[in-house]
Design a binder for this molecule. Sequence first.
Ligand code: SF4
Ligand SMILES: [Zn+2]
Length: 364
Amino acid sequence: MEIRELTKEIRDNAIERTKPKDLEYLATSWYQEDLLYSGKGKSIFLILPTPGCSWALGPSGGCTMCSYIHDCYLKPIETDKIIELFQNQLNRHLEEIKEDFDNGEKIAIKLFASGSFFNPEELPIKARDQILKIISNIDEISEVIVESRPEYITNTRINEICEILNGKLFEISIGLETVNEETRLEKINKGFTTETFKKAIDLIKEAKNEYNIKSKAYIFVKPILVSESEAIKEAIDTAYFVEEIGVDRISCCPATIHKGTVIERLWRRGSYQPPWIWSTVKIINTIRENVKIPALMDTSGFGSKRGPYNCKKCNKDLKHKIISSNLTQTQIHHDCACKKEWEAEIKFNNLSQSKTNKKHLPLY
Ligand code: SF4
Ligand SMILES: [Zn+2]
């Protein structure tokens, strides 16, 4: 079976089993320490209610590791309702950000559309613009971060958004996931080429002449059918590539097993394990040593059954060390008896692999 058929089949089954969501509960937000372009600061993380990622809802079934769609409404949402829910979430933090700002703190807002902020089918233009207008009037917020697939990023949309933001820093995050085209297309089912990603980055670079605009690349650590050592190499190579083409920041996202995904199917059958936390440490230390742009390591799911794992003794310590190193951009140092096991795995896990190119992926 080919990757798209399998992804579509698993996605359709999962969507069928998903209970309808109450719109009021789809928007959510939290406020926490973060690394901003201006240094250590705080960010409001705000999830906007959307019908869901078009790529996941379409005939491709979406990316093999992603389950965002199951937290979406799956039906169109009235523009006024989106704005109302956004405003309610924002209001929860206004007092706190004012106080922090008065104490000299820098503040950003990260808007998550569980898909593409730049796709009008996911976020109607009227809702997008009204949300941005509200933000542009809040002096305390200096940076605005969104996510999008690259094919929706156009000159016109960049201009429209940056005009509204009126000088606030605007960052577009794109999930390149890996520079390895075969992995991205055949194993992640991402559906866009390196060239498409590069074109979007070029548009952002061009817009820098006029606007305060930045780009960020997400790197996915350990897709399916990639060994532990290949996963480390691919993540590091991807960081080198994105820096070379002019991306401003990197965020590494190690795999966790989400419900209703291809990755979950392989994991249940024992053919997939999320990466070791040691691998994520190796990746982020190497990137920080060799790359000049800021690099973050996401620690969601660390130490859990479905996430990156070392051993009970060091999971938590390493998670905390990584979180604090994200703010300082420094190297992570740690030792534990389980490191030897990881070293053995990365040394030997490619030995049994065939060097012949695969025509079909061993999905079953
Ligand atoms: S990773 Fe992004 S593009 Fe892929 S299915 Fe999830 S939201 Fe859509
Ligand atoms: Zn350990």
